[in-house]
Design a protein around this ligand. Sequence first.
Ligand SMILES: NC(=O)c1ccc[n+]([C@@H]2O[C@H](COP(=O)([O-])OP(=O)(O)OC[C@H]3O[C@@H](n4cnc5c(N)ncnc54)[C@H](OP(=O)(O)O)[C@@H]3O)[C@@H](O)[C@H]2O)c1
Length: 282
Amino acid sequence: MNSVTISNTSTSTGERMHQVEMPTFGLGVYLMGEPGECKNSVLYALEQGYRMIDTAMAYGNEDEVGQAIRESGIPREEIFVVTKLRRPHSNSYEETIERCQQSLENLGLDYMDLYLVHAPPEDPDARAPVWQGMEKCLDNGWTRSIGVSNYGAHHLDAMRSYAGLMPSVNQVEISPWLQRNALRAAIKEVGAVPMAYSPLARGHKVDDPGICEIAESVGCTPAQAAIKWCLDVGAITIPKSSNPLRISENLGSLEVDLSGKEAELAALEESYVSGWDPTSEP
Ligand SMILES: NC(=O)c1ccc[n+]([C@@H]2O[C@H](COP(=O)([O-])OP(=O)(O)OC[C@H]3O[C@@H](n4cnc5c(N)ncnc54)[C@H](OP(=O)(O)O)[C@@H]3O)[C@@H](O)[C@H]2O)c1
């Protein structure tokens, strides 16, 4: 499995701190609501070779992620676990610390690998104390790295005034239909790595003629072409599936070669937001 070094850059010294190797591909587990669905999907994905799982307290399945990791028999340190602080819980320094502990309890783990603020706290005055709480969770060793999700370039820029450490990752919706060239550049500018959620636009776009044509010409499936495009532009990518065939199909995207198709893929851009988009909020 390919990996990338992520780190939290110190705002005072510019030094890259807390360097951690993170797989560039993993399983998203949003909307796995049936009892056992998440656990079975994670177990199957781990058997197939996935080594990174993206969950969130908001998804209500941190417990099943933890159960699957334990049942897999794979050493904990070989699996990269991402979870997130819920937006309604992003209110204060103290609550951030408390919720991180709750996520660890739900997961049944001693530490997580990456903890993300799920979206910019709705109250702008809460953004600094919440991030300082994240820094405390990192200091305490509860997570190996801290990052954000759904932050726009202006949210990242504002962090320079209150963060001791800049985020290692910004997880945002990225797909061939929502390419986010400017935001990806802004993420790299602060020393972070973009992480693509909804790389299949929640499944809305896998039958689109444009991607089907490209996929056919390189001998892969449309979903594989979309996922590989995200990886090729340097985004850590986390397609969701609870279907064993599609879990394997999506892993197969790592073998796809899209060279020569860059212009056709760039032309798929249509600013298509499949879910929410807090990056454009004030
Ligand atoms: N930070 C955030 O705000 C945020 C927001 C959204 C998502 N996320 C994260 O990103 C992950 C992925 O995003 P997502 O779940 O929104 O959407 P996605 O991965 O773009 O698409 C998932 C949908 O596509 C279907 N699908 C999966 N593989 C397929 C394939 N090979 N061919 C055809 N259809 C396929 C899935 O159905 P089946 O399950 O039936 O295969 C599901 O309906 C989430 O699970 C979550 O971890 C984060």
